[in-house]
Design a binder for this molecule. Sequence first.
Ligand code: PEP
Ligand code: MG
Length: 325
Amino acid sequence: RKRLYAETINQPAITLDGVDVSVNLNCGLLIDLQHLDDTGAHGVGLYRTEIPFMIRSEYPDVEAQTELYGRVLELTGDRPIIFRTLDVGGDKSLPYFADQEQENPALGWRAIRIGLDRPAMLRKQLRALLSASAGHDLRVMFPMISECAEFDDARAVLDLEIARLVRRGGVAPKRVLVGAMLEVPALIWHLPALLPRLDFISVGSNDLMQYMFAADRGNPRINTRYDALSPPMLTMFRHLVELCEAAGVPISVCGEMAGRPLDAMTLLGVGFRSLSMSPPAVGPVKTMLRSLNVSQLRAYIETLYPGRDHSLREKLRSYAIDHGV
Ligand code: PEP
Ligand code: MG
């Protein structure tokens, strides 16, 4: 099987019925970026900037961050990469950042909430990202956005840093594309207001699933109790895709499910055309999609939405087997 996946490196990520899929990597450490070449991924759909922060003993200053992001961009070459601003609090803590104990960290002071309340940290990170991207494209996204105003506030911080750079005669990125992670259900109902204001959306299905079902993603007693391949989640996904398509805003999925072949197949069936996953998932997902007729699957999934099933996984698995996916 290994050899089979090796063959996929140079094969286009295109379905049997000719639909192009963008297959991207989730990365955090420099070493992850070598997998761009050995998987043939399109780019980096999620660069988790907190990972290099977590393995340091002190907070990296602007200079250290600029150097790091410069290295990342060098290794990424001409491929697109999306930098996610610091996503700490919740399940990820920094040894040198004293956040208070919280009773419900997943629902607590984390991610962009910290970024907006402690803007110096966010500003320094954006400053480093901007200067590392001088003359190139910068794609940046904010984690855990829960409402339109939070996105606007985060974007205003970015605009301050762009203005600062220009004022000081620095070289700005060629383009700055700004996105939000969709991880909090409330944001779905703010999308009509939000979509005209941003350049892309990335669905963090790990957190979105946790908040949709009110089920801690890290608690083994319940984290397999509900299934992402269920009528509520698929209905929600379809709604997201429709809204983004109508607004002309690219949307992708970067949670773990995007890297599981059956889940990825289903995401394509509800309309997603861009997925981001851990490096070992690229071969299996590409193999799956190259044997998939996505319009046929879409028609099948249409019949499943009204169901009262706890999980559609077995039906989708049977579909995959019956159709040689
Ligand atoms: C997610 O929530 O799905 C996601 C990609 O972000 P993280 O796993 O880093 O929280
Ligand atoms: Mg998340």
